[in-house]
Design a protein around this ligand. Sequence first.
Ligand SMILES: *Cc1c(COP(=O)(O)O)cnc(C)c1O
Length: 396
Amino acid sequence: MVSQNELLAMAERYLLQTYARPAFVLERGSGVELFDMTGRRYLDFVAGIAVNAFGYADPAMLQVISEQAAQLIHTSNLYHTAPAIELAQALAEASFADRVFFCNSGAEAVEGALKFARKAARERYGEGRPGILAFEGSFHGRTMGALAATSREKYRKPFEPVMPGVRFAPYNDLLAAEQAFGADLCAVIVEPIQGEGGLRSASPAFLRGLRELCDRHGALLIFDEIQCGLGRTGRLWAHEESGVTPDIMVLAKPLGGGLPIGAILLTEAVAQHIHVGDHGSTFAGSPLVCAVALAAFHRLSDPVFLAHVREVGDYLTEQLEGLREELPQQVLEHRGRGLMQGLRLTIPAAEVQARAMDRGLLVATAGEDILRMVPPLIVEKEHIDEALSILRQALV
Ligand SMILES: *Cc1c(COP(=O)(O)O)cnc(C)c1O
């Protein structure tokens, strides 16, 4: 058996160093707990970056994986298989959408959405409308198109030229969005709650205003619910409370129950401009990943499950608000809702993250000064109590 220390040395030698990973190797998980190779336990408030909604070793997910894997894993999109069709129906019937395209990740979903928006604009209006409006603080992924719509220069600059045609306006500022609008725009892309960008929520008025601007100018409204969607806020969709629906919505993170999948949801008005041969993917929508995603979606959209997320989410809000009042020297602001919450700190978030890790709690960051918590949606109040007690120690 290779030891943890040997593996860490091998990782340093062989892995491309694109992540600053901590010095342990995760071996197994159960519920909201992870264990490294030395048997150390971690309470997990990261959930594979808002992916593992049901935590680890969930029996129902394991059963679907093994049953479907024994039947069919992959066929390519040259052929129909039942899980993809049933998943598309489930997503469409639970949303504004009429049709669904499957892909393999969040960035790929964003790429496809931008392609579909450009194609629809070209068919409706002819040339001259390639423009995309995105927002400051946005994160849409690491591929050349999704990266072009990602505001943080640190991610984007080293790889320029990225896809041309994107401009940015301040988030939650409708007047600025109106000023940034023009006849060259085919789409506006926005996260109803920004994830990487610091857990800021779009106001319902902002989303409504964007809807109006898009309608007035004939542009499409794209919601990126890759992180905030699918139950994370205690509602199936984070945009629900705004009463606004988009023309296109992209999903990914928790959809595959831990397996990689992305989805692009579209209205028929957009879909009618996308034809055979316009887009594709070898791996996307495989029977294995779609069968697991279908089981995951049934659970994520269950009203009882969503009520649990709201209940523990409200509890987390209370506790974090309490912490902010208790430690004003360290905590400036509490952000987010449901099980997507964070604290803006006066000290570097990475330092607090490291101190929490030493005490057995995994949390994420969002930028330099924001500590981000996106635990499995099955988390219970007792886990929140434990996390808060560790966090309190890590902050002082
Ligand atoms: C994670 C994320 C993406 C990118 O997804 P990947 O699967 O990492 O490509 C895009 N948008 C949002 C809002 C995200 O949180």
